[in-house]
Structures are given as structure tokens and as C-alpha cells.
Design a protein around this ligand. Structure first.
Ligand code: APR
Length: 183
């Protein structure tokens, strides 16, 4: 399944480069310094240009599970919400709670800013090593729970941006509400 609708908000999967997304905000998988890095963080900073780093320098970093807002500068997206996912350490270090918090805190910012469109990257599923199927389940479940609990949220479209097939398949299963390994 590629789509789901909760109240007035459509959830969909987009397979491609998040720096191409012309939305109110794209969600960056950052690190606690907020000073850039590799992966999607590096791609977003390269596409946004040096003003993004300059603004990030004023934010004083970001705790794991928290999120902070900046402008999008040269990106087609108007804003970037930087969130810091947990590093996978086997599953007994609050990883699931921290990852869910990334999605909740990001949605709270999008809600407060009256954003109508939002594109998430697959937080923690790259360098931070979070098992992809589990991360996708947490992402989709947390977003759905937030939308159910906040029926008046202005968001009308949320994309889960998947850079490769494996991640796209995991998100597709999660959207179908299938558990890992279900047929
Ligand atoms: N567009 C969309 N998704 C992308 C892109 C892109 N241009 N580039 C990479 N991705 C995907 C990866 O394939 C992965 O599924 O983003 C997901 C998150 O992977 P990472 O970018 O490695 O982020 P994460 O696992 O959260 O690790 C964060 O990596 O880049 C550093 O500074 C970052 O230290 C932080 C750490």
C-alpha cells in the first residue's frame, strides 16, 4: 500500500531524494551538533547552501528525540525540521521511545507552524543502524497516533521519503499495518 488517510491528512510514500521535495518542511536526520554530516544530513546541507549551517550554529545543538526548525534557504522546501534519532544499541536503551519522540516532536512543530505539507526522511535507518522494518513501524504508528489525537492539525499531506527499495518496502508494509514478515 502506498497511501493511508487519517482524518484530513493523507500519508504516502515517496521514493527518491528528499532535497527535491517542495513542501512546507522536510525532516532531516541530524546529529546532536546540528552542524551537518553524511547521509541525508549532508545532502540537505549541500542543497540548502551555507546559510543553513549558519542558522544551525545559532541553535545550540539538539538532544536525541528532540527537533528544531530552520529555514530551507536554497532547498525547494520552505523549512527544515532537524531531529536527532537514537543510535541503535540493541534495543534496550530506549531506542523505540526516542525514535517515536522524533516523530512526535517534529509533528508538534509542524502543527504549531501551521504547515500543510511535510516530508520525513527515514530517521536512524542509515548510519545510526536502526533495524529498518521496526523503524518504519514506529514512524507510521507514531504519525497515525498523533493525527488521531490531533484531528484539527493543519497537515494535509505527509510523505515518508525512502531513498532505496528496502526502506520503501518496509514503509509500505507499515502503512498496510502489516507486522514484520506478514504475508
Ligand atoms: N533523501 C532521502 N533519504 C536519504 C537521502 C536523501 N538524499 N540520503 C540518505 N537517505 C536515507 C538513508 O538511505 C536512510 O534510509 O536517509 C535515511 C537515514 O540515514 P542517515 O542519513 O544515515 O541518518 P541516520 O541513520 O539517522 O544517522 C544520522 O548520519 O549523516 C549523519 O549527521 C548525520 O550523524 C548523523 C547520522
Amino acid at each position: 500500500m502506498e497511501k493511508a488517510v487519517i482524518n484530513q491528512t493523507e500519508l504516502a510514500i515517496y521514493q527518491g531524494d528528499i532535497t527535491d521535495c517542495a513542501v512546507d518542511a522536510i525532516v532531516n536526520a541530524a546529529n546532536r551538533s546540528l552542524l551537518g554530516g553524511g547521509g541525508v544530513d549532508g545532502a540537505i546541507h549541500r542543497a540548502a547552501g551555507p546559510q543553513l549551517l549558519a542558522e544551525c550554529r545559532t541553535l545550540g545543538g539538539c538532544q536525541t528525540g528532540e527537533a528544531k526548525l530552520t529555514k530551507g534557504y536554497c532547498l525547494p522546501a520552505a523549512h527544515v525540521i532537524h531531529t536527532v534519532g537514537p543510535v541503535w544499541q540493541g534495543g534496550n536503551h530506549q531506542e523505540a521511545q526516542l525514535l517515536a519522540s522524533c516523530y512526535r516532536r517534529t509533528l508538534a512543530i509542524a502543527d504549531a507552524e501551521n504547515f500543510r505539507t511535510l516530508a520525513f526522511s527515514a530517521i536512524s535507518t542509515g548510519v545510526y543502524g536502526y533495524p529498518i522494518a521496526e523503524a518504519a513501524q514506529i514512524a507510521v504508528r507514531t504519525v497515525k497516533e498523533y493525527l488521531i489525537a490531533h484531528p484539527d492539525v493543519p497537515l494535509r499531506k505527509i510523505w515518508f521519503v525512502c531513498y532505496d527499495n528496502t526502506v520503501a518496502e518496509a514503509y509500505s508494509q507499515a502503512l498496510e499495518n502489516k507486522q514484520q514478515g506478514d504475508k
